[in-house]
Design a protein around this ligand. Structure first.
Ligand SMILES: *[C@@H]1O[C@H](CO)[C@@H](O)[C@H](O)[C@H]1NC(C)=O
Ligand SMILES: *[C@@H]1O[C@H](CO)[C@@H](O)[C@H](O)[C@H]1NC(C)=O
Ligand SMILES: *[C@@H]1O[C@H](CO)[C@@H](O)[C@H](O)[C@H]1NC(C)=O
Ligand SMILES: *[C@@H]1O[C@H](CO)[C@@H](O)[C@H](O)[C@H]1NC(C)=O
Ligand SMILES: *[C@@H]1O[C@H](CO)[C@@H](O)[C@H](O)[C@H]1NC(C)=O
Ligand SMILES: *[C@@H]1O[C@H](CO)[C@@H](O)[C@H](O)[C@H]1NC(C)=O
Ligand SMILES: *[C@@H]1O[C@H](CO)[C@@H](O)[C@H](O)[C@H]1NC(C)=O
Ligand SMILES: *[C@@H]1O[C@H](CO)[C@@H](O)[C@H](O)[C@H]1NC(C)=O
Length: 627
């Protein structure tokens, strides 16, 4: 198909349907359009409850697509609006017949390979017309998993999106301004992290389906929270996958057929289901999916899972540099970011290779707005989990400074769903529950995340030192919040400090590393200050100077050189008594001199600073005029 032709077809779907994707699409004016991609079928029909499950044939459009216009008829239109069951019936080249759910299904009847249900977008009343995304420089993201985060105390099943709405109060209290959901697209089964997408356009039925998702996004917007969604385009399924050999064809390989690679490129660490990015209709399927979440479902941005598994095939999960470049995958990523760019919404990559091309502008770069920084995370983890003497300050310094292009171009975190399934930070650091050391060093981790260049991200439970592993099968233990109020208060104060200081783009950074004393200093300032203080992203942008003590020993009368020309005032001390948790246990070996010393009065200048063990003092200040 010529490029022009392709474009005409795509534009036509958009104009005739006013929505993204294909499959069964009820029209606001009545009737419906059915459009199915099945290049190797000899017959394609739709069968539904509205016509007594009798096949209505689609017309061969000759470009791999089949189409049927269903005319408006009051009784039928009504059924389309309330959710009528249907399937696609296909006959393959070898004469076999297949009953398939709709690849663009918006709602499944509860069993993943069961019937698709018609869904009518126009019935939902959005009330977020006045919503606008906060300036990206000011974002603080909270990553959560619907099934476990939104559970109540004592709840035993998978939570729903409606159960998340009362939980938003907690997030508002914490002070974050964006939530990032683990994937919610319909997956195999009812309880999962969500990375086994079966229907990219459907919302998981156990989470409440399409309307519940819209109610959730609407509620977030009313509370001032942006919604980012994790989407999985590097593989699908593998279980209960309607796209698998959709029209019966797999080129004789027994692999996935028209939507997938049918050779070694199909292999991923999770399943042999890597989409065939070489086929324009397949790329379009996923680009439409991205636009669907952003446009139809009002999301503010997407976090694209495992981008390095799209750019590259082969190589192991842990060594992506052993993979082989896939130009088709790269083409897909560029089409994806070009389409998202037009919406003005945010595109974040989980690539984890520290490759700056990801956020470079199209057409040279891949055009993403931000990417997860694995190096920052791993360096932090490694250094926190070691004995004092082994902690490497210059290693941390390098990880902070390697900001992947600066500003919002990287997203940084101390905990995320991936590691939290194996260990939670406070417990991993000390090996003991609620230890003073684990709690103190975890606080340093959050402080570093909040003060370093990049968009900070908190993983569910981190804000109250949760030690239980993250599991889709284990509702989050909210009772821990009461016994860890100190950690919650600390996170509140750090998030507030981050947001008030406006440490986003255009902010300078300087880090010094003192290997002997295990001290790190971090200086942030607004470049071109003070003229930029009027920028909406940073209402009161000031300079920030933080001193981190990564050892058990208190530093008494420590000689710190404060940056000159700023009237420094102590804004936060992570050792402050208000940040202690009731639950904290002082193991004998945890006792350090000065552990309970009340904070001393703020000091400016270059002499006599007292820094508690495993703690961080954060100073803020305005530039002193005339210096
Ligand atoms: C559909 O149309 C294309 C192009 O005209 C043709 O090659 C193909 O054989 C047709 N398929 C069937 C089943 O008629
Ligand atoms: C469906 O309707 C559209 C718009 O009127 C038209 O362009 C298209 O050819 C029709 N498709 C079929 C298969 O009749
Ligand atoms: C949006 O803002 C306008 C002007 O402030 C106000 O009149 C209107 O009621 C708001 N709409 C909603 C849905 O909140
Ligand atoms: C089908 O398999 C043959 C033989 O391996 C291969 O040459 C051809 O490119 C394949 N076709 C498609 C569309 O994958
Ligand atoms: C990763 O793979 C590359 C290429 O095969 C190899 O040179 C490198 O040593 C590997 N790195 C690790 C850490 O295994
Ligand atoms: C970084 O990613 C770009 C885009 O996919 C690729 O061309 C380049 O080779 C990658 N660089 C490295 C060092 O892997
Ligand atoms: C600290 O890490 C750096 C790399 O960032 C390395 O060059 C240096 O040797 C390490 N220092 C110690 C004491 O391990
Ligand atoms: C960074 O800090 C060091 C140590 O205080 C200082 O010598 C250097 O001038 C600072 N650099 C910048 C760019 O502020």
């Amino acid at each position: 198909m010529s490029r022009l032709r392709q474009l005409t077809v795509l534009l036509c779907w958009q104009c005739s349907l006013g929505r993204h994707g294909a499959g069964f699409q009820p029209l606001p004016s009545g009737g419906a359009v059915v459009k199915i991609y099945a290049p190797h079928a000899t017959q394609v029909s739709i069968v539904g409850s509205w016509n007594g499950w009798m096949p209505d044939s689609l017309v061969n459009l000759s470009d791999g697509w089949w189409e049927l216009n269903i005319s408006s008829e009051p009784t039928r239109d009504y059924l389309f609006q309330i959710g009528a069951a249907y399937k696609i019936f296909l006959v393959s080249e070898d004469g076999r017949s297949y009953w398939r759910p709709d690849p663009w299904s918006r709602l499944q009847d509860g069993t993943t390979l069961g019937n698709s249900l018609t869904y009518f977008d126009e019935k939902f009343q959005w009330t977020d017309a006045n919503w606008s995304m906060p300036h990206w420089d000011t974002l603080v993201i909270y990553e959560l998993h619907v099934g476990s985060f939104c559970a109540y105390e004592g709840w035993t099943g998978t939570a729903t999106l409606d159960m998340c709405i009362p939980k938003l109060e907690h997030l508002v209290e914490l002070g974050i301004n964006a939530v990032e959901l683990l994937p919610v697209a319909e997956f195999d089964g009812t309880v999962d992290w969500g990375y086994t997408t079966a229907y990219p356009f459907a919302v998981e039925v156990s989470y409440g389906g399409q309307d519940a998702f819209k109610r959730f996004v609407n509620a977030c917007h009313q509370k001032g929270l942006a919604v980012l969604l994790d989407v999985v385009y590097n593989h699908l399924g593998p279980m209960d996958l309607p796209l698998w050999q959709f029209d019966g064809w797999s080129n004789g390989t027994g692999l996935g057929g028209i939507y997938f690679y049918n050779d070694h490129r199909a292999e991923t660490p999770w399943a042999h289901t890597r989409p065939n990015y070489g086929v324009p209709d397949v790329r379009r399927f996923f680009v439409d999916n991205a636009l669907f979440w952003l446009d139809t479902m009002h999301c503010d941005g997407l976090r694209v899972d495992g981008v390095s598994f799209i750019r590259l095939w082969g190589g192991s999960e842990t060594n992506r540099s052993a993979g082989t470049f896939n130009p088709e995958g790269e083409l897909f990523l560029k089409e994806l970011s070009a389409a998202v760019r037009k919406t003005g919404k945010m595109l974040i990559a989980e690539d984890l290779q520290g490759n700056m091309s990801l956020t470079e502008e199209l057409p040279k770069g891949l055009g993403f707005n931000s990417q997860w920084d694995g190096r920052f995370h791993w360096t932090l983890l490694k250094n926190l989990r070691q004995p004092d003497a082994w902690r490497n300050m210059s290693d941390l310094q390098q990880a902070i400074l390697a900001d992947l292009g600066g500003g919002v171009r990287r997203t940084i975190y101390a905990e995320s769903h991936d590691e939290a399934g194996r260990f939670r930070l406070p417990l991993a650091i000390s090996g003991r529950r609620d230890s003073w050391v684990g709690s103190r060093l975890s606080a340093l981790a959050t402080a570093l995340v909040m003060l370093s260049p990049g968009i900070p991200l908190i993983f569910q439970g981190q804000e109250f030192a949760l030690q239980e592993l993250f599991s889709a099968h284990q509702p989050m233990d909210w009772s821990q919040l009461a016994s860890h109020r100190g950690t919650f208060k600390l996170h509140q104060d750090l998030v507030a400090l981050r947001r008030v200081q406006g440490l986003g783009s255009g902010t300078g950074v300087n880090v010094t590393a003192d290997e002997t004393n295990k001290i790190l200093t971090l200086h942030r300032w607004k470049e071109n200050w003070p003229s930029s203080t009027s920028a909406p992203s940073a209402p009161s942008a000031r300079s920030v100077f933080a001193i981190f003590n990564f050892q058990r020993r208190a530093l008494v009368n420590f000689d710190v050189t404060f940056p000159k020309g700023v009237d420094w005032n102590l804004a936060l001390n992570t050792a402050d008594a208000r940040y202690y948790n009731m639950a904290t246990v002082f193991h004998e070996e945890d006792q350090g001199p000065g552990a309970f010393t009340p904070i001393e009065s703020p000091q400016a200048g270059s002499t006599g600073t007292f820094i508690h063990p495993y703690s961080c003092k954060i100073y803020t200040g305005n530039l002193i005029k005339g210096i």
